[in-house]
Design a protein around this ligand. Structure first.
Ligand code: GUN
Length: 282
């Protein structure tokens, strides 16, 4: 059984980006730039935004953070996006989700220039990804795909069960696996018999936000478990959607929480920002 070390892999990816950013500066005089917008005072979002900013600085990426109060109107946010779309120092624009309820997320995401959409949430990029065309791939599922690659985990012909059908993780994950010729089942909270699906799975990817939902007796021997959940227990401890101790005996590979998928996300965001910078003026 292998515990996949997302922290170490993320460090490797960040270093790859740092080296390429330096090259891009030296050869083409281009410094990649990323703007992150945080609206409101969600504590977890503020932590993520801060980590993204620090990771950019360490990689040599120019980084701007716009922190806006929760009273910000949709019009004000759209104006800011328009400015950033037209700012030649910025290759990537990321609006941290969730947004306050009075702002329509779709309208905001559709306002971002698709060529600066390093989150891959604009319908232009979503459509291209589903069609297996070059696009920005959402960072979390992109990070999971890199984990498979690094560990030589074959996807073609495998039964993959994705638990959770969010726009940020479940749906793009299912698309990427489908494009990799896996047989994909997407489960959600209405799924009748979750165990029946997971027991038939070679690979289970869970992203639902329910601590310890996935147990060892729901898995077949040798399954791969990718745990995207990050839940804070009343004790303050972070834990995943899979019961790690219970599942690990059954698994060939499993990701821990913390230190699994989480750290990968920022690494892949940096990759997407670098990709956007390389496409600048092209
Ligand atoms: N909120 C949780 N994950 C993400 C993400 O990957 N991007 C953005 N913009 N918001 C998020």
């Amino acid at each position: 059984m292998t515990v996949i070390d997302g922290k170490a892999l993320s460090a490797k990816i960040k270093e790859e980006v740092r080296v390429e950013v330096e090259e891009l500066k030296n050869k083409e005089g281009i410094t990649p730039g990323l703007a992150v917008v945080l609206v409101g005072d969600d504590a977890a979002s503020a932590t993520y935004v801060n980590s993204k900013h620090k990771a950019c600085e360490n990689a040599g990426i120019y980084s701007v953070v716009h922190t806006k109060p929760s009273s910000t109107t949709q019009e004000e946010l759209l104006e800011l996006i328009d400015e950033m779309n037209n700012d030649s120092k910025l290759d990537g624009i990321l609006v941290q989700l969730p947004l306050p309820k009075h702002i329509d997320t779709t309208t905001v995401l559709e306002a971002i220039n698709p060529f600066k959409d390093v989150d891959g949430f604009h319908p232009y990029n979503v459509g291209r990804m589903v069609s297996n065309l070059d696009s920005f791939i959402p960072a979390t599922p992109f990070g999971v795909m890199r984990m498979f690659e690094e560990n030589n985990i074959e996807l073609s012909g495998k039964n993959c069960v994705v638990i959770g059908s969010s726009d940020i993780v479940g749906k793009p994950m299912a698309s990427l696996l489908t494009n990799a010729k896996a047989t994909v089942t997407v489960c959600n909270s209405r799924t009748k018999d979750l165990s029946a699906h997971t027991k038939a799975a070679d690979i289970v990817i869970i992203a639902v936000g329910v601590p310890h939902l996935l147990k060892g007796d729901m898995l077949k021997d040798g399954a791969v478990v990718i745990d995207v959940g990050i839940n804070r227990l009343d004790t303050g401890k972070l834990t995943g959607d899979a019961d790690f101790e219970d599942c690990k005996e059954k698994c060939s590979f499993i990701t821990p929480v913390p230190g699994g998928v989480g750290p990968m996300t920022i690494g892949m965001l940096l990759k997407n920002t670098l990709k956007a910078a390389k496409l600048r003026d092209k």
